[in-house]
Design a protein around this ligand. Structure first.
Ligand code: AMP
Length: 210
């Protein structure tokens, strides 16, 4: 079963994807995580993507689709987190999946009021190597600023600064939000209330997937 997690930046897609992969065996494919790994590795692709990401803009569709194509042969089903983000990516995904006799089966949209999103993004900290996401208010690490799993120091993403947050929310509204209609017409989407702690939202997500 291929599942897409839609939703604005900061609604908790990454956190829910992490829980579903740890507890339920979903194979998470997060384009944001892949891009951050490329940047950490100093690859050419990472260098190209970094400028867009730091400004809060979307990375060009062709680059994203190439990157996803390279990773689609590892499993029979995926939990897609942060992808697709544009109609062109959604069309590209349909093609990539149908070439492999697969399709999108479920689309969930996590939704949260914008003030709550800004609050969450400002308090977010990440561990690059382990890919884990923390929130200083809702889901802090056991030791201050240290990843529970890898022991590496946590960082604040450069795109979690106020100006980049503003651009990302605009990008979401203009380019990604239309995907709700796109998928609703093709597959049907389920709206998940993302307000609440991560266990509460996880229960809602699981209920939608049941
Ligand atoms: P995320 O970790 O999903 O919030 O993504 C962080 C940043 O990576 C975004 O603000 C974009 O600059 C870039 N990015 C991640 N996924 C995509 C995508 N599917 N399409 C375009 N840009 C993306």
């Amino acid at each position: 079963m291929n599942t897409i997690l839609l939703g604005a930046p900061g609604v908790g897609k990454g956190t829910q994807a992490q829980l579903l992969s740890e507890r339920d065996g979903f194979v998470q494919l997060s384009t944001g995580d892949v891009l951050r790994t490329e940047i950490a590795n100093g690859s050419e692709l990472g260098k190209t993507a970094k400028g867009y990401m730091d400004r809060g803009e979307l990375v060009p569709d062709t680059l994203i689709l190439n990157l996803v194509a390279l990773r689609l042969d590892r499993s029979k089903s995926y939990l897609l987190d942060g992808f697709p983000r544009t109609v062109a990516q959604a069309d590209g995904l349909t093609k990539l999946l149908s070439d492999r006799d697969m399709k999108v089966d479920v689309v969930l949209s996590l939704e949260l009021p914008v003030e709550e999103i800004v609050k969450r993004l400002s308090a977010r900290r990440v561990a690059i190597k382990s890919g884990r996401v923390y929130n200083l208010i809702f889901n802090p690490p056991k030791k201050d600023n240290i990843c529970d799993v890898s022991g590496e120091p946590l960082i604040q993403r450069s795109d979690d600064q106020p100006e980049a947050i503003r651009v990302r929310l605009k990008e979401y509204e203009n380019k990604t939000e239309p995907l709700k209609n796109y998928y609703d017409q093709r597959i049907g989407i389920q709206i998940i209330d993302a307000d609440g702690d991560m266990e509460t939202v996880y229960r809602r997500v699981k209920a939608a997937l049941a």
